[in-house]
Design a protein around this ligand. Structure first.
Ligand code: JS2
Length: 306
């Protein structure tokens, strides 16, 4: 029988049993202790709150989710009630899904694809206004004019403008300590990739006559490495957009010049014409000039009888 090879020594009481030698018992005990220590060690390492990656850029905006949700509700329920059926909670979670728990220096356009698919908004033809280094005046203009759209007058642009956000591989929360700086850390961060993705989509969707507000007080009002110059101009669809009109606005205090005939605007003109669209340029487009005059009503160019 299989038990025949076992030697039974008399143990306390009258029942024969299998008795380990003292040495074997100690070995077993130590082995058990080492095993327990190993398991505890692994659990501690796995569960330890790993430290966040450190960056040189500003952190996620405080109260990010509250601001995001608040802006989304203001936009969809008050400013543009035609979008009241949008689900702001779902938009927030899809937005976060693009970057939380990921390395914020390795964000791709595909990360934002679910968000772009979820939030669709049609801008009427002839109502798109791009801008470059003239954000404030462009937004004052669309706010007063009421029927045109900058990117920041669309839902996603309105929600995200001037906010900061990023995540970290060690947590499913946002990083409120630091986020990557575009040039000091990496360009493929959640913010830069987001604006590139929605700027491209905004331009691809444009139709009819589109406008761009440029800053005539700069040496180069058209800068080919800007978002407008590198993303939006080349994303326009010539089958849908037949004309690009540039409004070159000069600071009302500054010397006015004919920026439309400058080499910078000529560079934009070449690009537009090469892409089979018509190019037009206006210095100090009057309706926008009037907005500048609100702060400088006495300026000669603000006299209404001119
Ligand atoms: C970081 C932000 C923000 O036509 C405009 C808009 O459609 C915009 O999307 O792209 C163009 C402006 O970019 P551009 O030509 O580089 O001019 P800029 O004055 O240097 O503005 C840069 C900002 C581009 C996108 N962006 N980026 N953080 O909060 C933010 N808000 C916007 N709109």
């Amino acid at each position: 029988s299989p038990m025949a090879n076992y030697e039974f020594s008399q143990v306390s009481g009258d029942r024969p049993g299998c008795r380990l030698s003292r040495k074997a018992q100690i070995g077993l005990g130590v082995g058990l202790l080492v095993l327990i220590a190993l398991v505890v060690g692994i659990v501690v390492i796995l569960l330890r709150p790993r430290s966040l990656l450190v960056w040189t850029g500003e952190p996620t905006t405080k109260h990010f989710s509250d601001i995001f949700l608040g802006r989304c509700l203001i936009y969809t329920q008050i400013l543009r009630p035609e979008m009241r059926d949008q689900n702001c909670q779902e938009i927030l979670s899809t937005f976060k899904g693009a970057f939380v728990s990921k390395n914020p220096c390795n964000i791709t356009r595909e990360d934002y694809a679910p968000l772009v698919k979820l939030v669709t908004q049609t801008i009427p033809c002839n109502k798109t206004l791009f801008w470059s280094k003239s954000k404030h005046l462009a937004h004052q203009y669309t706010w007063i004019q009421g029927k045109m759209f900058t990117l920041e007058d669309t839902l996603l642009g309105y929600i995200a403008d001037d906010l900061r956000w990023c995540g970290d591989p060690s947590t499913s929360d946002m990083n409120y300590v630091s986020c990557p700086h575009w040039s000091e850390n990496c360009p493929n961060n959640p913010i830069t990739v987001f604006w590139k993705v929605i700027s491209q989509k905004f331009a691809e969707d444009a139709c009819g006559v589109v406008q761009v507000m440029l800053n005539g007080s700069l040496r180069e009002p058209f800068y080919k490495n800007s978002t407008f110059g590198s993303v939006e101009v080349f994303s326009l669809d010539p089958n849908k957009v037949h004309k690009l009109q540039a409004w070159v606005m000069h600071d009302i205090e500054g010397a006015s010049s004919n920026a439309c005939s400058s080499s910078s605007l000529n560079e934009l003109k070449m690009i537009v014409q090469k892409r089979n669209m018509i190019f037009a340029c206006v210095d100090n487009y009057r309706p926008a000039r009037f907005l500048q005059c609100v702060k400088n009503p006495e300026h000669p160019s603000c006299r209404l009888n001119t």
